[in-house]
Write a protein that binds this ligand. Structure first.
Ligand code: SF4
Length: 223
């Protein structure tokens, strides 16, 4: 979906104001960008998303907060932690998976329980970003993600930038796609429909199942 420049400009104004948030962490997911160009793709491993049940500017809601890998390495934030801090609205919501980003002033109000390996969903893990890169992902049905995977450490909702035409680099589209880095045996997993990537002159490329099989072929079913 093309970026709405009017909306983006409005959000740039609001993005300058720090907003207070607080709440209980339900899970920690990776924050990864995906770039597509027809049948090619590349990832940028940027940090983490905290999935929080709490308040933003005094209003009760569930929301996500983006943090950098350095902040996660320092604090090891996990499900059950109760946190407070300030953050900002994203300047370009069509390109940002988080509801809030540029988090700062983080305070722990309660420390969550010790991490466990129970799942699904696996909520108390926070793998290094390198682990996600090594594991590879499979596409995940967006409805399954919303219903069962929003707090799972192996789930990821990626902002996707699509280069429509390599010879006209300004022609780009943006959308979100959901993926699973978890065990191939997870009973919650549903792939959903195959995804099409638009290209030049009305062409499109379909990402078929073999792409996911290839990306995760080095893992056994329960890994
Ligand atoms: S399908 Fe993937 S993201 Fe969802 S619960 Fe299972 S392992 Fe986690």
């Amino acid at each position: 979906m093309p970026v709405d420049k009017t909306t983006a400009a409005t959000d740039l104004l609001t993005a300058s104001h720090p907003i207070a948030w607080n709440g209980r962490v339900l899970g920690v997911q990776p924050r990864i960008d995906l770039m597509r160009s027809f049948d090619e793709r590349s990832h940028s491993y940027l940090g983490y998303l905290l999935v929080v049940d709490g308040h933003v500017d005094g209003v009760a809601r569930q929301f996500t907060v983006r943090i950098g890998p350095g902040m996660q390495a320092k604090h090891a934030i996990r499900a059950g932690d109760v946190l407070a801090g300030v953050a900002r609205l994203p300047a370009a919501p069509a390109r940002e998976a988080a509801d809030l980003y540029r988090a700062s002033g983080l305070r722990f109000e309660v420390r969550g329980p010790k991490p466990s390996l129970a799942g699904p969903p696996w909520t108390l893990l926070s793998p290094l970003l390198e682990i996600y890169r090594e594991r590879g992902h499979r596409r995940l049905d967006s409805r399954t993600y919303d219903a069962k995977c929003r707090s799972c450490s192996w789930g990821c909702r990626m902002p996707v930038e699509i280069i429509i035409d390599q010879w006209a680099p300004d022609r780009r589209e943006h959308r979100f796609e959901t993926f699973c880095y978890g065990p191939k045996s997870c009973p919650s997993y549903r792939p959903g429909p195959m995804r099409k990537v638009p290209g030049r002159k009305g062409m499109s490329w379909t990402e078929e199942d073999w792409v996911d099989e290839d990306a995760t072929a080095h893992r056994r079913a329960d890994d």
